[in-house]
Design a protein around this ligand. Structure first.
Ligand SMILES: [Zn+2]
Length: 279
């Protein structure tokens, strides 16, 4: 490519558009009629001079706005991708803090703080155990936190032991590979512990999932209808090894109780309770 062609290529790459309000300045260059900045410049190569387009202030603003728009679109696509991967159904995309019905502001506020301080939870290997009766908003709170983290581009997976058992019954998934894959997510939400069938097979799956997550040290949110007493003193001793691991890593938060109960719930977890603004 000769020098003229190279200069021509440079000129073509400058995204300058000319406008009817543009005018020619005293120096013979074209100026923008809006910002009065030159849209051309003279390149002096010694052996030749050449006028090439350059960008005025309005052009820069347009370019930056386009960059921002493109970045926002790309971010939106990345978040959509995380949601598709991380949520079991599209209806859950809208389970967000913004769509909260305001029934339990303490809980939602605590979950917001969990998201804001997620790095601390991640570093300190702490998660949450949301326990309370059916319809108390535990799943909503957990999934809203996952959605908020995914918007920050942190990969999260929302699933249940029943769903995992179903996946594992499909021979295409190697069990250990599947379990290891769960740890690629920064946050794992296991919805409705205790709702799964009470069989030896299911118990093994629950143990394997909890144990794999426990070993990884990555945060876990568990929701359950079980009471904290049932978790602390399980009727079946075979559940004790599961629940012990959960209690070691997940701070119990009672969900359908008044705030006072919530404050009293876990004196051993003061630091986390403070972080969540519950005390
Ligand atoms: Zn301009």
């Amino acid at each position: 490519m000769d020098m003229h062609a190279i200069i021509g290529t440079i000129a073509e790459r400058v995204p300058t558009t000319f406008d009817p309000t543009d005018y020619v300045g005293d120096d013979g260059l074209i100026y923008c009629g809006h910002c009065n900045v030159a849209k051309e410049t003279t390149l002096d190569f010694g052996f030749m001079k050449r006028k090439v387009p350059c960008i005025c202030n309005c052009g820069k603003q347009r370019r930056d706005a386009n960059d921002r728009k493109r970045n926002a679109e790309q971010e939106h696509m990345r978040v959509k991708g995380l949601q598709e991967l991380g949520l079991p159904g599209r209806e859950l995309y809208n389970w967000t803090f913004e769509n909260d019905d305001g029934r339990d502001p303490d809980l939602i506020n605590a979950m917001r703080k969990f998201v804001e301080q997620f790095d601390w939870f991640y570093k300190n290997k702490k998660g949450l155990l949301l326990w309370g009766g059916t319809g108390s908003g535990k799943s909503f709170a957990a999934i809203a936190a996952a959605n908020a983290l995914m918007r920050l581009e942190r990969p999260c997976l929302v699933t249940s032991f029943t769903r995992i058992a179903h996946k594992l019954s499909d021979q295409r998934y190697g069990k250990q590979d599947y379990l290891d894959n769960l740890n690629t997510f920064d946050l794992l939400v296991m919805d409705d512990l205790g709702a799964e069938r009470n069989s030896e097979y299911m118990q093994e799956i629950v143990f394997d999932v909890i144990n794999t997550r426990y070993n990884s040290g990555k945060p876990l949110i568990i929701t359950t209808n079980l009471t904290i007493e049932e978790i602390k003193k399980p009727a079946e001793m075979s559940n004790a090894r599961i629940y012990d691991r959960i209690l070691e890593r997940c701070v119990p938060i009672p969900v359908n109780g008044a705030s006072r109960r919530r404050i009293k719930a876990a004196e051993d977890y003061c630091e986390v309770q403070r972080k969540l603004g519950l005390i």
